[in-house]
Design a protein around this ligand. Sequence first.
Ligand code: BGC
Length: 892
Amino acid sequence: MTMKSAKSPGHSLGDVTISELRVDARDTPRGIDSKAPEFSWQLNSSRTGVLQTGWQVQVRREGSTDVLWDSGENDGEHPFGHSYSGSLLRSSTTYCWRVRIRDEGASWSEWSSEGIFETGILDASEWAGEWVTAQDDTAGALYLRGSASLPEKIDRARLYVSSLGWHRLFVNGVDHTGPALVPRFTPFGKEIEYQMYDVTESLRPGENIVAIAVGDGRYRGRLGFFDRRNTFGHTLAAMAQLVVQSEDRSFTFVSDASWAGGSGRITETDPKHGERADLRVAEEDWSSASNTPHRLSPVRVLPAPPAQLIAEQVERVTDVARFRPRVWRSPQGAQLVDLGQNIAGIVRLRVAGPAGRTVRMTFSEVLDPDGELDVEWILTNPKKPWQQRDEVVLDGSEQWWQPWFTIHGFRYVQIDGLDGDLSADDVEGIALSTDVETAGSFAASDERLGQLWQNVLWSTRSNFVDTATDCPTRERSGWTGDIQVFAPTATGVVDSQAFLRRYLRSVSIEQRPNGNIPPWIPSERTGDASFITHLVSEVLGNSVGWGDVAVLTPWDLYRYYGDTATLERQYRSMQLWVRRLARAARRRGASRWLARRFGKHEQYILDSGFHWGEWLRPGEGFALLDGTLHGAALATAYFERSSRTLSAVARVLGRDHDRIRYLELADRVRAAWRAAFVHDGGGRIGEDKQDDYVRALAFGLLTEDERTRAADRLEVLIRDADTHLATGFLSTPLLLSALRENGRADLAMQLLLQTTTPSWLGQVERGATTIWETWDGGYEEAGRARASHNHYAFGTVAGWLREELAGIAPASPGYRHIHIEPLITEHLDWVEASVRTPYGEVRSRWEGSQDSGRIDVVIPAGTTAEIVTPDGSVILAGSGRLAVTWPASSTG
Ligand code: BGC
């Protein structure tokens, strides 16, 4: 059979077209190494009520019309999660695929136009490139170059590069990497990415120069809380393998002893502490000139690192936005720059001045109360020099300069060393983030809520870089708790599936045999971590709410993307974590040595080990030991949550024995939790803090009667706090829904619209352009900024804006069935939002009041929806556009 002539049998569905063909949750991925790539698509139709009931996929190799794999006609309503299962894929090969679907009337659509994916290196034995470095370790960037002599005609050329440190690849002077910050941060001791570059257009017959610069990156640069260097090694290195196809022949060129290496223009390349460059050192002689510059000498060949080389699974980091800033002089005369937006990124600067002069850029998120750049707001150790700083030594000419191997969290920049005043045309802010599309939008009649949404988007962009991070300034670590709470929100902010999958893969790789999850992923433990790092990681790796990322985040991928493959892949890791919780619960912990005994329940109460607890409750600051000393109610609730979720996962995966086992465990933990922490029929729970009630309500740990009393008590606590929330990292995401579900929608709105601290709009009104780590940003406590101003953790409210205020939530996994129940409130005239789901875009817009109004929705093909109006009507809808009004719901 050939794909070109294949005709769809039977009557075809002219009004359904298929688009958004994706592989492994990415558009046209190239250089992948999955053995069974996963296909997905979306339906489009002007007809309403379109559903998919079957599908068929065909794959061919580019250049051949033969069908390599035909899935055959399958039943199935999901346009995702269908994996290739044909003969073994070949390395470095481009494949084309297409799909057709059967609709609810049993007719088949036309075939889609073709989607494409390309494999990278699929078998470790195919690597022939040698790992090379300079004779002497360079203090700054490592510069490498080699050459390849090519025949007349080149049809196709792929260059595979991996490196210890972030690299930039140049072929005959053409930059193929840009600001990508690759290889991205993985547990380097176990896995290191390689990048695939299509270099066909940059090559020419005859001699070609392949040049690679390597900066410290996450491999050798300063990392995390301890700011320690050389965690994974001291020596920067790279490996390259060029595969060229020309007519019927194929040539391979690899990095080897013939390459030259040494130092160059970049003299310091720390990812956190910034870059230093000396423009007096030429660059072209290294990247494109035919003669090797004198500063390079024959390379040293290193043994290959023990880690496995893996392909990329996520889009690369790119410049997602550029800013022309405001420039002015501070009261003390410093040259300052304001991007108007807090970002993670770099600055491109026009420099001029005498040769040998140093120009310095210092980056910060905030100004001090006197209007000077604040370089003290975030330091953990005031004796340490300010870390976010780039310096460039001029060569006497005027030119644009930007760093290659560093990234900063900032809105303001101070520039020293230039003559005269800077103009806005001399400087450009460049925001760097993973190159994924936004996955949603939100706006409301109160513009401050739209700004709040934008702030969450920017904190997401700033912390979805080479891995998920807590903040782009201080630690820049993949704290598990932060992504655990934020993942559901993230799915509606940017296209997050591939990014979160990548993170979870690192979670399972890093998980300890005892189930413990290092508190930040990648941890430094697969490298040469200090004893203290190991110890800290071991102790902190017990914490609930953080380690639960292993169970709760895969489940979120299932809820929002219908991603069963991730459940399957992470299943073992989930089990290890729940077993760890169960073991920890059997130990009686320090917090309860003197406490009451609970007989048969005792073994299910989790009161041992370290826990961050609710973390950053307003006014409590960084209360380090609160979770450990007072967190048994919280920890046990998470133990219940993860056990119950694991049982649900087992159900989805058809593991019936496990489903029952974990359900029984969850029920026992629930009973124990209730015996130990519910008093006065729900009127007093745990430590009697707001989050105790929120958690109990949100996790479904109470009976009907207890719910009423708990909700009453929660309201009292909120009112006692003068209508303010008092929740931290873990319960803030659950707070507003818990109120709405328990008859207190108006109170939820009052909290949402509150402007005195702690509140979301208080930050907005202060001019925040990202979400802050602490509720007051330090201003009230310290009189000036304190702690990070770019943490997405408290941005989980954006999930509530989308799911409840605009009312777009998945009613079944992946939004196959959509629940639309906006909160119509007198505080607002209208709200609108959109979410990009696996089926396509859902939109919802409401206007009006409880008494009368309308909701306009767009439901994507392949899905169904239920729309609930304030008068309680439930309208069932198929795909298409729809308007629902009340009173007396009518559809239009
Ligand atoms: C990070 C957090 C993280 C926390 C652990 C902080 O330093 O910035 O976001 O979750 O430590 O509690």
